[in-house]
Design a protein around this ligand. Structure first.
Ligand code: FMN
Length: 172
């Protein structure tokens, strides 16, 4: 079985998850190619499974990920498609039909993704760009968090779980 994992990642959590998926698949002797969507050019190969992963920022995938869907997705030959998003919570990422919301405008692609999952990531406030820090502070203030609650949110938080990622990879 041949797998292609294409991911996008701003601060490394999705990259880490993509690599854990690769590691787990390789333990089952699968052939796995794993790369950043930015580095994907074209491929003449046929893959049994293509796995796409992006972090969510304000409910959306990264621009690089959407660019890939717009420009390169159709160039790849695969049998089945799996899509995962990385976020700090799962529930709000799905609609009532358990479809990933960030793919609302990509119904054709979403329809063929037989597995759609959200895996938990991490947030290290001090590592974020000034722009993201400002956006988050604006959001926290808008929803009326107290100073203490904001301090709590700003503390480094990780929900990354290699076990959860391996459990997910085992089903692929
Ligand atoms: C500005 C900003 C917006 C975010 N928006 C969401 C969101 O809408 N939903 C969510 O669950 N997580 C959100 N997150 C958390 C990220 O999805 C999480 O940090 C993820 O691990 C980032 O992955 P990466 O390191 O691969 O870029 C946001 C983080 C930042 C900095």
């Amino acid at each position: 079985m041949k797998y292609l994992i294409l991911y996008s990642s701003k601060y490394g959590a999705t990259k880490q998850i993509a690599n854990w998926i690769k590691q787990r698949l390789e333990l089952d002797k699968k052939e796995v190619f794993c790369l950043d969507v930015k580095d994907f050019k074209t491929s003449d190969e046929k893959y049994d499974v293509m796995i796409l992963g992006t972090p969510l920022y304000s409910g959306k995938a990264t621009q690089e990920f959407y660019d890939f869907l717009d420009n390169d997705f159709d160039k790849i030959d695969f049998d089945s498609l799996v899509i995962f998003a990385v976020a700090m919570q799962k529930k709000a990422c799905f609609d009532e039909e358990n479809q990933l919301k960030f793919l609302n405008d990509y119904e054709d692609i979403r329809k063929i993704a037989k597995i759609q999952e959200v895996l938990l990531g991490e947030m290290i406030f001090d590592k974020l760009s000034k722009d993201y820090q400002d956006k988050l502070m604006f959001f926290y203030e808008k929803i009326g968090l107290t100073k203490e609650q904001i301090e709590e949110k700003r503390a480094p938080r990780t929900l990354l779980s290699k076990k959860d990622v391996w459990d997910f990879a085992q089903k692929l």
